[in-house]
Design a protein around this ligand. Structure first.
Ligand code: SF4
Ligand code: SF4
Length: 143
């Protein structure tokens, strides 16, 4: 989901220099974000840098541009072909991202080993069923 600027913008200009992709510019009436350049700061920060500095909180997720972390990272890599550090972080699957901040360790695990998620979920569900069944049929005093 690209970030967009709402009509509450007061044209202070604070967000423009913060963007790692130069996606923000002065529009006709208010500042605007080019969704083709916005990566929600994936690869650079664990939050949207424009949102963090906006004094009126008008840099918000754009529901018309919903995108996955993978798509946003690919865009960041495309926009910064000479950024060796970004490439290194992406290859090591160890880069800042608002998605990872939100989802924490589960998200890291899921992106690192997608093939393991399903079997783990099935094992967890089987364990829960077993736990419930043994609770129903067994009691320490034989009740
Ligand atoms: S969210 Fe990040 S990449 Fe997108 S416009 Fe704001 S500062 Fe730039
Ligand atoms: S920081 Fe907020 S108010 Fe200032 S120009 Fe950017 S979007 Fe507009």
């Amino acid at each position: 989901m690209a970030t967009h600027i709402t009509e509450d913008c007061i044209n202070c200009g604070a967000c423009e220099p913060e963007c790692p992709n130069e996606a923000i510019s002065e529009g006709d009436e208010i500042y605007v974000i080019d969704p083709e350049l916005c990566t929600e700061c994936v690869g650079f920060y664990d939050h949207e840098a424009c949102q963090a500095v906006c004094p009126v909180e008008c840099c918000l997720p754009d529901p018309k541009h919903v995108e996955s972390e993978e798509v946003l990272l690919e865009r960041a890599l495309r926009l910064h072909p000479d950024d060796a550090k970004l490439k290194e972080r992406a290859a090591a699957n160890n880069y800042p991202s608002r998605f990872r901040k939100l989802a924490g360790p589960w998200c890291l695990f899921r992106s690192a080993s997608p093939g393991l998620v399903q079997p783990f979920s099935v094992l967890w569900a089987a364990g829960e069923v077993f736990r419930c069944c043994t609770r129903l049929t067994w009691s320490p005093r034989g009740r």
